[in-house]
Design a protein around this ligand. Structure first.
Ligand code: AP5
Length: 184
């Protein structure tokens, strides 16, 4: 059973690595960014509320995210494990998740922090060209990451749940490092 959380700046490769691992472990890859983008594309109430925050590179308010993650983790396919990507994004989301996982008796195995240099990130994301991959927005997402998400590195280190992987390498090399960390 695999229950893993990916942390890291935008463009670190969380989605790429989480998807490969989830597929190898036959558990769902749960990405709050993907769920929100689908909601925006479908024009749902959630999508309408989230869209402006996402295009500006701001975090969507917690009250839109917490129910969403609770409902997703309650679904049938998540009962035998999951790989979380993009959640939690701040300390209050992390505290919520810890309580939720205790309540549903599904503790996370550990938290993988993908370490990547800023300039590598900017180059990768400009090449991808998603709606929020414009240089000004990318740099703002990095600022938001540093202020709101990076404190989770110490948060999970203090809980002795953190492992770090060098995400600057090519995708396959990152995945090999990740597997080595998981095995150990
Ligand atoms: P989200 O979708 O989570 O975006 P992000 O964190 O900015 O992450 P990215 O998808 O840009 O990067 P990634 O680390 O997943 O890298 P990826 O594998 O895609 O969030 C988007 C927005 O939604 C947020 O700004 C916010 O508004 C909102 N949101 C989401 N979750 C939220 C939450 N919990 N609370 C509040 N708001 C929330 O790779 C990126 C690119 O690099 C790809 O093109 C990939 O092919 C390439 N690449 C990956 N790995 C490598 C490698 N090793 N070498 C070369 N290229 C690589």
């Amino acid at each position: 059973m695999t229950r893993l959380i990916f942390l890291g700046p935008p463009g670190a490769g969380k989605g790429t690595q989480a998807q490969m691992l989830a597929s190898d472990c036959s558990v769902p890859h749960i990405s709050t960014g993907d769920i929100l983008r689908a909601a925006v594309a479908d024009g749902t109430e959630l999508g309408k509320k989230a869209e402006a925050y996402m295009s500006a590179g701001e975090l969507v308010p917690d009250d839109l995210i917490l129910d969403l993650i609770q409902e997703r983790l309650a679904q049938e396919d998540a009962q035998m494990g999951w790989v979380l990507d993009g959640f939690p994004r701040n300390v209050s989301q992390a505290e919520f998740l810890i309580k939720l996982l205790e309540k549903i008796e599904q503790p996370a195995d550990f938290v993988v922090n993908l370490d990547v240099a800023d300039e590598v990130i900017v180059t990768r994301l400009l090449k991808r060209g998603r709606a929020d991959d414009e240089e000004g927005v990318i740099r703002h997402r990095l600022e938001v990451y540093r202020k709101q998400t990076a404190p989770l590195i110490d948060f999970y280190r203090d809980r002795q749940q953190l492992v770090s992987v060098d995400g600057n390498q090519p995708m396959e090399a990152v995945y090999a490092s990740l597997q080595a960390v998981i095995r150990s």
